[in-house]
Design a protein around this ligand. Sequence first.
Ligand SMILES: CC(C)(COP(=O)(O)OP(=O)(O)OC[C@H]1O[C@@H](n2cnc3c(N)ncnc32)[C@H](O)[C@@H]1OP(=O)(O)O)[C@@H](O)C(=O)NCCC(=O)NCCS
Length: 146
Amino acid sequence: MYQSCIKISENDIEVNDVSALNRLLRQLNPDSLDIGFKNFSDIMQTSTIITLRDTNKDNVLVGMGMLLAIRKLYYSFGSIEEVVVDKSYRGLGLGKAIVKRLVNRGRYLGMKYIALTSSPDKIVANKLYQSIGFKIPRTNLYRFYY
Ligand SMILES: CC(C)(COP(=O)(O)OP(=O)(O)OC[C@H]1O[C@@H](n2cnc3c(N)ncnc32)[C@H](O)[C@@H]1OP(=O)(O)O)[C@@H](O)C(=O)NCCC(=O)NCCS
């Protein structure tokens, strides 16, 4: 159950949030390097970062997710990235609330679709995306790695 003490906001990140965001990002990938405020502020210029805060605990950041906007010639689409909920707040519906909010934002922006990738061993994440309606497309996904 999504708790009433949780505040969800869009593009509401300030300099003093950066260390909490880096702590959250390390729960997504323990090897991730710390990033600075400029990276978040650049992304907020063109895209959406959702944050969750616990209003009962000094507005501490307990979750985040991003919707990057990709503009093509005839349409735009979104890419959902960096969805993470703090370990002690999982299983309360917060991850689902973040992704639903990002999907609604993409709809509002007139995006044609939203893409994301999730490793098959992330059982909860895959369950979450599928329960919202994400499908695995029948297409070959190519990447060129540098
Ligand atoms: C994936 C993650 C964001 C989910 O956040 P969450 O707040 O715990 O998820 P929710 O409580 O919203 O639950 C989402 C769905 O997963 C299911 N779920 C939650 N906890 C689960 C568990 N321990 N085992 C199995 N399923 C579980 C829920 O049943 C729910 O589906 P439903 O509402 O249709 O029943 C969170 O686990 C996380 O931060 N994981 C580490 C980072 C990560 O893997 N991010 C995804 C990158 S692609």
